[in-house]
Design a protein around this ligand. Structure first.
Ligand code: NAD
Length: 263
């Protein structure tokens, strides 16, 4: 299948590691030129070099914290200066902190809104006019299984991913006649540094090993294993492609069957 991605330009947020990096690599393999962002310039530059070497596409790196509005505006402006247009936007960020209701002051809620919701909204605001004018665009938000089935101890993620889902589902309708699709991808437990860190901190608290904690995650998953970042990136790449032209407003999980609902 020709995905029609050669020569397009993608901005992939939070892409020095994990899911964002895996998406950037797969898009690069399909010939898409890339802009990557993350907060730490050193890790980001090593991701940039590795992806450029492995794919041969043009890859630019812009260090920025997507939770900080002025940095988000600079990221959007510099991205447009580099390539003149963005065809594919992947919104992504680190996860909001874990905890139950009593753990989080309103300041923590506000920070999580900036990180998870505002970053998706404002990056979209920056790229959407060009997409609509060219009558082609793809907006893909990395959310979480928490958007469909709440995860214990993650009240911030469970709540704010729902807001991103509502934003994307509504926007999908507003831009549907302009050739712009808007979709969310919901990772289940996927083997990235975030999951390794979660397993390590849970292991320390409970006097277990990280392997014990991962085994517990695996027991919850019908496939009895974690996902791999490239399995997640495969769906992102398809949704970004010209072949996914009739898929919009969807929230699709890549979770080994973890979400138990019918739809
Ligand atoms: P990760 O920690 O492995 O990688 C996160 C990436 O985001 C890194 O490149 C980091 O530098 C960058 N980043 C973090 N905060 C940033 C910020 N404020 N501005 C710019 N860049 C930032 O995480 P991951 O596993 O790839 O997760 C990506 C997203 O998917 C997160 O929101 C996470 O909550 C969500 N998620 C992940 C899983 C999983 O199992 N991996 C499951 C459900 C949801």
């Amino acid at each position: 299948m020709d995905l029609g991605l050669r020569g397009k330009v993608a901005l992939v947020a939070a892409a020095s590691r994990g899911l964002g990096r895996a998406i950037a690599l797969e898009l690069g393999k399909e010939g898409t030129n890339l802009i990557l962002c993350a907060r730490g310039a050193d890790d980001l530059e090593s991701a940039r070099q590795s992806i450029a070497t492995n794919t041969g596409v043009e890859v630019h790196a812009i260090a920025a914290d997507v939770a900080d509005f002025p940095q988000l505006q600079r990221l959007a402006a510099e991205s447009m200066m580099r390539f003149g247009q963005i065809d594919i936007l992947v919104t992504n960020a680190g996860g909001p902190p874990a905890g139950v209701f009593e753990t989080h002051s309103w300041d923590a809620w506000a920070r999580a809104v900036d990180l998870t919701l505002r970053s998706a909204v404002e990056l979209t605001r920056a790229v959407l006019p060009g997409m609509r004018a060219r009558k082609w665009g793809r907006i893909i938000n990395v959310t979480s299984i928490a958007a469909k089935q709440p995860v214990d101890n993650l009240i911030l993620s469970n709540s704010i991913r729902a807001a991103v889902t509502g934003f994307a589902r509504t926007l999908a309708n507003e831009v549907a006649t302009d050739g712009v699709t808007v979709n969310n991808i919901l990772p289940g437990y996927t083997r990235t540094e975030r999951v390794e860190q979660l397993a390590e901190s849970a292991a320390q608290k409970e006097g277990l090993t990280p392997r014990d904690i991962v085994a517990r995650f695996e027991q919850e998953i019908p496939m009895r294993r974690l996902g791999e970042p490239e399995e997640f990136a495969a769906l992102a790449t398809f949704l970004a492609s010209t072949r996914a032209s009739y898929i919009t407003g969807q929230s699709i999980a890549v979770d080994g069957g973890w979400i138990k609902s019918l739809m």
